[in-house]
Design a protein around this ligand. Structure first.
Ligand code: NAD
Ligand code: UDP
Length: 322
């Protein structure tokens, strides 16, 4: 660790750096003056998400599968472990890799942090609450997860990762943090990753029907990526060792969400109902009282503003190359 003026400058490892949130996390860390080494095996992410950092002397991207050991040339101050498929389509396609990165990958990243006496931040998920019976979800709720259903590869991988993080904290007194991230959206999501934001935006911009799973009465709330990254940045500097929810508490049904998208894109797309996937949570909304209290954090970007930024990005992605 070194000091620049009154600011602490860190050397940070970010696993999953080439992913949607990971790439924004790298941008924020660099903007704060830190040095970043990104690790990614490009299972679901892309080097394109980081191409704007080419030539940035404080950033390095290393192709690496974090389930395997990695030697480092220099000491580090913090590890942010974000590597993991996150969209249901991705983790259903890669269930074993998802379990591996949450178990072996988390172990490797914790050992790396421990070797350098570095802090460790795990990006866990609202999926640890499963199909929740307590609403809104508060961190003390233990969840309602089907351990053998199709989503279990992700839910149980993250629950194991949380347990391992707490075990390292308790055993080695490590400085660890656990964020439970709720649905987050923004530029650099993959157009075809199957999540509802890119799916509806892509369909609306093309004028194709929007695929609403089930009757669309299930609820979610959507956090813009810059808000989420700000919450993560605050959390990694805090002494809170237990999980903290980070997300936007503005809840809506998926049908209402489709309406927002249709209005903001001025689309004439209709609605096409498709079967509800097994174990799809019926309701989800974070209780962010703890984040407000201990981090002084709450989302600032409205759904309308966040979606406008995202629509701009998606329009550019869809535009045919010149
Ligand atoms: P993403 O798929 O865009 O990014 C994940 C990145 O991890 C990808 O770049 C992928 O290639 C990389 N990766 C996967 N396995 C790896 C391995 N073994 N070694 C190295 N790299 C590997 O997903 P995202 O939406 O950016 O999610 C980032 C993190 O945030 C994940 O841990 C996810 O569980 C968590 N999260 C995200 C959301 C959300 O709404 N986006 C919600 C809850 C939790
Ligand atoms: N969904 C939908 N149509 C789609 C994609 C998703 O209706 O094309 C629904 C999905 O069933 C879920 C919600 O939107 O109820 C959010 O899905 P997403 O995959 O974005 O994330 P999840 O919250 O399930 O992890």
């Amino acid at each position: 660790m070194s000091f620049a003026g009154d600011r602490v400058v860190l050397r940070v490892i970010v696993s999953g750096a080439a992913g949607f949130i990971g790439s924004h996390m790298c941008d924020r860390l660099l903007a704060e003056g830190h040095t970043v080494v990104g690790l990614d095996n490009f299972l679901t992410g892309s080097e394109r998400n980081l191409e704007h950092l080419a030539g940035q002397p404080r950033f390095r991207l290393v192709r690496h599968d974090v389930t395997l050991p990695l030697g480092l040339d220099n000491p580090i101050d913090a590890v942010i472990h974000m590597a993991s498929p996150a969209s249901p389509k991705d983790y259903l396609q890669h269930p074993i890799e998802t379990l591996d990165v949450g178990s072996a990958g988390t172990r490797q990243m914790l050992e790396m942090a421990r070797a350098y006496n570095a802090g460790f931040l795990l990006t866990s998920t609202s999926e640890t609450y499963g199909d929740p019976l307590v609403h809104p979800q508060v961190e003390t709720y233990w969840g309602n997860v089907n351990p053998v259903g199709p989503r279990s590869c992700y839910d149980e991988s993250k629950r194991f990762a949380e347990a391992l993080t707490m075990a390292f904290h308790r055993t080695y007194k490590m400085r660890t943090n656990i964020a439970r991230i709720f649905n987050t959206y923004g530029p650099r999501m993959k157009l075809n990753d199957g999540r509802v934001v890119p799916a509806f935006l892509d369909q609306a911009l093309r004028g194709e029907p929007m695929t609403v799973f089930g009757d669309g009465s299930q609820t979610r709330s959507f956090c813009y990526v810059s808000d989420l990254v700000d919450g993560l940045y605050r959390l990694m500097q805090s002494d809170e060792r237990y999980p903290v929810n980070l997300g936007n508490p503005e809840e809506m049904t998926i049908l209402e969400f489709a309406e927002h998208i249709r209005r903001l894109t001025s689309s004439k797309s209709g609605i096409l109902h498709e079967p509800l996937p097994q174990d799809d949570p019926k309701q989800r909304k974070p209780d962010i009282g703890k984040a407000r209290r201990i981090l002084g954090w709450e989302p600032r970007v409205s759904l309308e503003d966040g979606l406008r930024q995202t629509i701009e990005y998606f329009r550019a992605q869809q535009a045919p190359a010149a």
